[in-house]
Write a protein that binds this ligand. Structure first.
Ligand SMILES: NC(=O)c1ccc[n+]([C@@H]2O[C@H](COP(=O)([O-])OP(=O)(O)OC[C@H]3O[C@@H](n4cnc5c(N)ncnc54)[C@H](OP(=O)(O)O)[C@@H]3O)[C@@H](O)[C@H]2O)c1
Length: 252
């Protein structure tokens, strides 16, 4: 197999939510594959630190402040950025509470960040890709909570189901411009934020329902990310890759 097909040399990638978690990891992976990566989020001081680390590892990157929930901020960023070949639409938030305790402010914050922002940024970047005439790859970060249900995260689950339909609908409309739109739906990942939960009885019970009987690690996402970002997925658009150890196909 020709592994050069995964090379991102001479590509410019924009990763949202790159100040922490998955987004920072994605930025490192894309930079190590040869892309120049623009790291975007609200906390610019954190982005600068992340960028220093990527450069220290030999990667090429820059940073830009972005509030994905604000259409004006998205317009400013996309106008100033120039050509983008790869967009990783990753920024997202969750509000955890029983459905009957979630209010308008919770709904608006989650939907504006996870869905409206993703729509506005994807379409703005896609217009630039169309005008540049070189095609491109848009990767939306969904969640298995967009495919199945869990208690306590209703607006989040709705937003991620929306991300999946956004992915498919946009893929349909812009394939003619050579722009591919795909989604990654991660399962439960082992992160600092949730490490204590997995020690509880509820956490251990959930682990037993994952067919592979383990949590995902950040680097479990590397292969799917590089596949979708690169020419290796030239004939893929509108796809949703679950990366969840089989969680969504768990037995009833
Ligand atoms: N962790 C998991 O197990 C898991 C599983 C499935 C899916 N996901 C998805 O993966 C993505 C990243 O999650 P994570 O776990 O890495 O979360 P995280 O560590 O909390 O990071 C979220 C990122 O989003 C950015 N962000 C939040 N609101 C923003 C806004 N209004 N404008 C711009 N950036 C904003 C944050 O940066 P600033 O605060 O600096 O703006 C931060 O960099 C999310 O879409 C999430 O739904 C995560």
């Amino acid at each position: 197999m020709n592994h050069a097909i995964f090379s991102l040399d001479d590509r410019r990638a924009l990763v949202t939510g790159a100040s922490s978690g998955l987004g920072y990891h994605f930025a490192k992976v894309l930079a190590s594959a040869g892309a120049h990566v623009v790291l975007a989020a609200r906390r610019e001081h954190l982005l600068e630190k992340r960028a220093d680390d990527i450069r220290a590892g030999g990667g090429s990157c820059s940073v830009i402040g972005l509030d994905i929930a604000d259409g004006t901020s998205i317009a400013t960023v996309t106008e100033s950025l120039g050509a983008i070949d790869i967009l990783v639409n990753n920024a997202g938030i969750v509000r955890e509470a029983p459905a009957l305790d979630q209010g308008e402010a919770d709904w608006d914050a989650v939907i504006d960040t996870n869905l409206k922002g993703m729509f506005l940024l994807a379409t703005a970047v896609a217009r630039g890709m169309r005008d540049a005439g070189k095609g491109g790859s848009i990767i939306n970060i969904a969640s298995i909570l967009g495919l199945r249900q869990a208690s306590g995260v209703l607006p989040y689950a709705v937003s991620k189901a929306g991300v999946i339909q956004l992915t498919k609908s946009l893929a349909l409309e812009i394939a003619r411009f050579g722009i591919r739109v795909n989604a990654i739906a991660p399962g439960y990942l082992d992160t600092e934020l949730n490490s204590e939960f997995w020690q509880t009885d509820a956490g251990k019970a959930m682990l037993r329902r994952i067919p592979q009987r383990r949590l995902g690690q950040l680097d479990d996402l590397d292969g799917p990310l590089l596949l979708l970002a690169s020419d290796a997925s030239a004939y893929m658009t509108g796809s949703v890759l679950t990366v969840d150890g089989g969680h969504v196909v768990s037995t009833l």
